[in-house]
Write a protein that binds this ligand. Sequence first.
Ligand code: SF4
Ligand code: SF4
Ligand code: SF4
Length: 631
Amino acid sequence: MNAVNPLPSGERLFISGNEAVARGAWSAGCKVMTAYPGTPSTEILEYAAKLPDMYSEWSVNEKVSLEVCIGASLAGSRALCAMKHVGLNVASDALMTQTLIGVGGGLVIAVADDVGLSSSQNEQDSRFWGRFAHVPVLEPADAQEAYEMTRIAFDLSEQFNTPVILRMTTRICHVKGVVTTAQRRPHNSGIGFQKDPARLVMIPTNAKHRIPLMYQREARLQRYSEESDLNFVQDGSDKRVGFVTSGPVFMHLLESRPEAPILKLGMSYPVPIKKIREFAAQVERLVVAEEVEPILEGEIKAAGIQALGKEILPRIGELAPQALRPAIAKLLGEQTVEETATRSLADVPAVKVSPPPPGSSLFPRPPTMCVACPHLGIYYCLSKIRNKAISGDIGCYTLGAGHPWNALDTTICMGASMGVALGMDKGRTEVDKDQKVIAVIGDSTFMHMGMQGLLDITYNKGNVTILLLDNRAVGMTGGQDNPASGRDIHGDDSPRVNLARLVEALGVKPERIHEVNPYELPNLFKALREEVKVDDTSVIITNQPCVLVDFYAAKPPLRVVEEKCTGCKNCLDVGCPAIHVTRRETVVKPNGKEKELAFVRIESSACTGCDLCPATCGPDAIIPVENFIRQ
Ligand code: SF4
Ligand code: SF4
Ligand code: SF4
């Protein structure tokens, strides 16, 4: 089922919401598209890069990404930047002033909230940014709408001289549907960059004149929202309860309560209060069904309209049918045989992890690093260092917080490892005076927001040892390129940043910079042990790529000689998923204490022969597989 009628003609494609946004932007004549990779929005730019006649780039962070699009818009072209929810936090500095100056060509910000935290450090609601920046928010309910609304967003942007937020969620981004597409519509503003300092140079005297214009624009958008077909009523026969909703919850409501009237807000900001008031008068009870924050609910109630919302619906995670059905049935006094998935804040402890339902065929599997990941050796070494505090960052290496390494003490946001480490150093109390402060950050995250933190460390003479993990990819989001990979989004050669020279330029002394192969454990240990003793800023750069990049060269696999394995478990501390325990035994040592042994094997079809685990094996029980031919 499509949330809106598709265009009458055009190609029909089976694509995800992310791909639909890229395709919609392309068909609207978008000329520049930018992004920093991040779940759940990464595929928007990956798809866009394959479309003709459109410039696309991986930007180093979301703020730069938006700034590139602002420039393109001011140059007269249509531009779209895509990002995940925390990305708009990073880009907000640009947004909050850009909203004052307006646009040239249409400017769309596609921001994807990770509702349900599939791969994010928090759950937040980007609809707030619409209110904060006084810009319209469109919320598609499926892939077809993602396509249509992207096109509409460009038109609205130019009609009202405003950036437009296209707010997606993980559900919309990833679920595929049949999307009817139209031809590419050439966009020609007919004008180039227009010099206009009073509008474009935001010094206080100019900004003061722009602020009233922004509020006038918001009032015009409010009237548009009241009249727009984007906000429509899906009629229903059961008037006992009517819903106001936006985004994918519309689809969940159609599935859960098909007979209920629904006011669907495709343009959820500015809120069409008059339309909502009229709708509320037609139903016995009004329920605001929105994911995450009670934003609409608060504004509706503030307008004096009686409504229910988070009193009966969960505030955390998706409002899927499993959550909606029991909550509405309870409200209406109906019986339900379904498992209660309602998770109102009052009922559910915030950090409780639910066990799998009875009969579930899926065994819960925590995320882990890949076989032979170049980060394994780092965390093996870090787990052996005593009296340390380690600030981590955002990337695959965040998994170092888990078993068996337990080697991260903090993870906050992109680039935070640097500043947090400096704060730990400068703020240390007497009990921690000998503690070694270590920061771990990946290459892409370092260039996203970590470089400034390192500059702060060197400028303020911090005693921090930094592990800069250069795996030549944005590993966590699928191996996208970045300035450290030496390739652009199309896979073409691009200048590759020299990280050693970069950190030296940021103030690290040359003798405190080491480049090491993370598979060579003795060298890695030596560098780490020496640098944590030095009262200065040190950077250890690892130089081996993510195993998932196309140029990774696997070697013949290894195996365990069963008769030689003593069950010492040392190799398990590496954390490589190719090493399996085959048997456990408990023995009594001469001193009378019990010791648990674990005998292992290596899954040769997965092992890439990285040579990490043999370095941990005293009895040399790990050897190459003879006569192996890799398929
Ligand atoms: S994707 Fe690459 S960096 Fe990430 S865990 Fe796997 S090998 Fe390591
Ligand atoms: S390190 Fe060697 S001896 Fe110890 S469990 Fe692993 S394979 Fe066996
Ligand atoms: S050599 Fe050891 S650590 Fe490396 S991939 Fe094989 S099993 Fe894993």
